[in-house]
Ligand binder design. Structure first.
Ligand SMILES: [Zn+2]
Length: 280
């Protein structure tokens, strides 16, 4: 093995291990259960899962997707979440290297993996996750830069020069208020026009959390890409099958995927876009 691939292998293995814990979060948090106790058990027969049957991906393959005790089916979502978590961490490592920025991308990415799958499987975006991750995001903003170009520009007009941790923290706060506020406003308008809930408060909290990590520009990009992706997928399936006519779309899952992309490649995309218009 090439020596350069060893760090990648370590990050991938860490991702699989973290992904295993995220599975517990995805399954238990929408049910308001503790993620610490009790130990993982089979949802069919209740038997505690032995440590050697709980190895990410490997156990799923060796057990042929069946519980050792009752033969009940094990969901393919478990290995999928583990592989995706590893992929998010490896992509973050490839993009950021072993830097503080990698820590931020990894924490946000893992919170998003949980929320994407609780939204997909239960149509729920638990406040426990979004509130906790938002608090962590605010804390990290004192050490790891958050884009604050918009407010910095505004304050420069007033001869106030923002820089360093104070500016990063303001970047996180303004990003959170922008993301959460935008969705709260859209939800209100929708409610006034249609008389029913279009966006849940979970989506508002999700965007609040994303904004705290990404700042205003990348949060705006997330909203744009998430809406575009949601419209394309929902539109295609809507036309393809009558089953999807009254389908409740997991909008948060689309936003989550868009936020992961934005945290990794969003700045490069925004720079290319600004250059295209001759603005940078
Ligand atoms: Zn079982």
């Amino acid at each position: 093995m090439e020596s350069v691939s060893i760090p990648y292998a370590v990050v991938a293995l860490l991702g699989l291990a973290f992904g295993s814990f995220l599975n517990v979060c995805i399954f238990r948090l929408p049910r308001r259960e503790s993620v610490i106790t009790p130990r993982s058990h089979c949802p069919h027969c209740g038997h505690v899962i032995r440590w050697y049957d709980n190895i990410p991906v490997v156990s799923y393959v060796l057990l042929r997707a069946k519980c050792r005790d009752c033969g009940g089916r094990i969901s393919p979502l478990y290995p999928l979440v583990e592989v995706l978590t590893a992929a998010v961490l490896v992509a973050g490592f490839a993009r950021k290297g072993l830097t503080p920025d990698f820590v931020k991308v990894a924490v946000l990415g893992m919170a998003l993996v949980v929320l994407i799958f609780t939204d997909l499987t239960e149509r729920r975006i638990p406040h426990t996750v979004t509130l906790f991750a938002t608090a962590v995001g605010f804390l990290l903003s004192f050490f790891i830069p958050v884009d604050n170009t918009i407010l910095e520009w505004f304050f420069r007009r007033l001869d106030v020069f923002l820089h360093g941790p104070a500016s990063w923290f303001l970047g996180a706060v303004s990003g959170a208020l922008f993301g959460g506020g935008f969705f709260y406003a859209v939800g209100e308008v929708f409610y006034r026009l249609r008389g029913k809930e279009g966006l849940g408060f979970g989506d508002v909290m999700l965007m609040l959390m994303i904004g705290a990590y990404l700042g205003i520009p990348l949060t705006l990009l997330t909203i744009f890409l998430g809406s575009l992706m949601g419209t394309l997928v929902a539109g295609t399936l809507y036309l393809a099958s009558p089953r999807f006519r009254n389908y409740e779309w997991p909008y948060g899952a689309f936003l989550g995927v868009a936020a992961i992309y934005s945290s990794l490649g969003g700045n490069a995309l925004l720079d290319a876009y600004l250059r295209w218009w001759g603005l940078a």
